[in-house]
Design a protein around this ligand. Structure first.
Ligand SMILES: NC(=O)c1ccc[n+]([C@@H]2O[C@H](COP(=O)([O-])OP(=O)(O)OC[C@H]3O[C@@H](n4cnc5c(N)ncnc54)[C@H](O)[C@@H]3O)[C@@H](O)[C@H]2O)c1
Length: 348
């Protein structure tokens, strides 16, 4: 079977491509490399070669998802070599909350515009299976301990709005095309860590927006200190509580979701993809320091606007439907993430 992975060179995409190839799928990637490097996919290939698993093909195309002709070329090429694309995992998009507030039109174009283009081309090539990268940011503020899929959706920034509206669009496709579409919206919580080889990992351009790459960069001496936003949140120690999930567990969750859609027919699912366990910033910091025998300079600063005290998944739907369980501990996330940083001080 062949899968198109949009944004496959990025952080989550590269780890998922690896898992797809290891699970026996041929993979076609479309990526503009606006926030990534083709080197990540070269490394995915080299890990597969070392593992000596039965070889599957990885085809990489450089291009923007808003460009219909490159998308059509990929579907056509796949047909020509008898590798018709059976499904799409759709990661490509921009993901900075801060940038989305500054440039909402860019975000609607890059995330929603590109998805409309993708869906049009998928439809014209009779491909109607899609796993979409959604986000926990689509939930409204909530004091509930764990977020369930049926909670009110009320994003508070343009990035979250684009994710919510794409979910609605996918649901419209499912409802209005006599149930031919197989859709899964995966709402991620906080993916961190890296592949255990230390060859692929998170490689943000510029100063990281997310806590984990910020932390590893402070540990490496590239940034002065970890800034912790707020120390009086209503949480166990006053710092924000998040649900950290190992990126390889997340990647495995995608392959399981895809297989569930392929085996179970048309449907439109929305599922939380997190561990269901909350960890505060200070707890994460302590585990990182202990796992890697390091000390991280840190300081407390004002809360950021738009932040929330706690974002933790109720992951019971995903567990019961897919039999997916996070296998890797926070300790392992911290070790694997640090190994990636040490082995690749300047990224790819
Ligand atoms: N990392 C997280 O914490 C997180 C959390 C929730 C949701 N998500 C979502 O998951 C997806 C993947 O996230 P990631 O962390 O791997 O991000 P990433 O930036 O590492 O990967 C996104 C990839 O998409 C590519 N891309 C962006 N716009 C494109 C376009 N128009 N055409 C072609 N390629 C394009 C980038 O070059 C990059 O390789 C994103 O949609 C993101 O919004 C991420």
């Amino acid at each position: 079977m062949s899968i198109l992975v949009t944004g496959g060179a990025g952080f989550i995409g590269s780890h998922t491509c690896l898992n797809l190839l290891e699970s026996g799928y041929d993979v076609f990637v479309l990526d503009s490399f606006v926030n990534s490097s083709p080197e990540s996919l070269a490394r995915v290939k080299s890990i597969c070669e070392k593992d000596k698993k039965p070889k599957r093909d990885l085809h990489v195309f450089k291009g923007d998802l808003r460009n219909a002709s490159i998308l059509k070329d990929i579907f056509t090429k796949a047909n020509e070599i008898n590798k018709k694309i059976d499904g799409v995992i759709h990661f490509a998009g921009l993901k900075s909350v801060k940038e989305s507030v500054e440039k909402p039109i860019l975000y609607w174009d890059a995330n929603v515009g590109s998805t409309i283009n993708l869906l049009n081309v998928m439809q014209s090539f009779d491909c109607s299976t899609i796993v979409f990268s959604s986000s926990a940011t689509i939930y409204g503020r909530s004091s509930k301990t764990k977020l369930k899929e049926n909670f009110k959706l009320k994003p508070i920034n343009p990035y979250g709005s684009t994710k919510m509206v794409i979910e609605k669009l996918l649901n419209d496709l499912f409802v209005n095309y006599s149930g031919s579409w197989r859709v899964a919206n995966l709402r991620y919580f906080n993916p961190i860590g890296a592949h255990e080889s230390g060859l692929i990992g998170e490689n943000p351009k510029g100063i990281p927006n997310n806590i984990f790459p910020f932390l590893t960069n402070v540990a490496a001496g590239n940034l002065e200190e970890l800034r912790i936003f707020g120390k009086n949140w209503p949480t166990i120690d006053g710092t924000g509580e998040r649900d950290y999930v190992h990126v390889m567990d997340l990647a495995e969750g995608h392959v399981k979701t895809l297989e569930f859609l392929i085996n179970n027919g048309p449907q439109c699912l929305s599922m939380n993809l997190g561990t269901g366990k909350g960890t505060s910033v200070l707890q994460l910091l302590n585990i990182f320091e202990e796992s890697n025998s390091l000390k991280i300079p840190h300081t407390f600063v004002e809360r950021r606007s738009g932040d929330v005290a706690r974002l933790v998944a109720d992951n019971s739907l995903l567990k019961s439907l897919l039999n997916w369980y996070p296998k890797r501990t926070l300790n392992q996330m911290c070790k694997d993430g640090w190994r990636w940083q040490v082995n690749n001080p300047r990224g790819y």
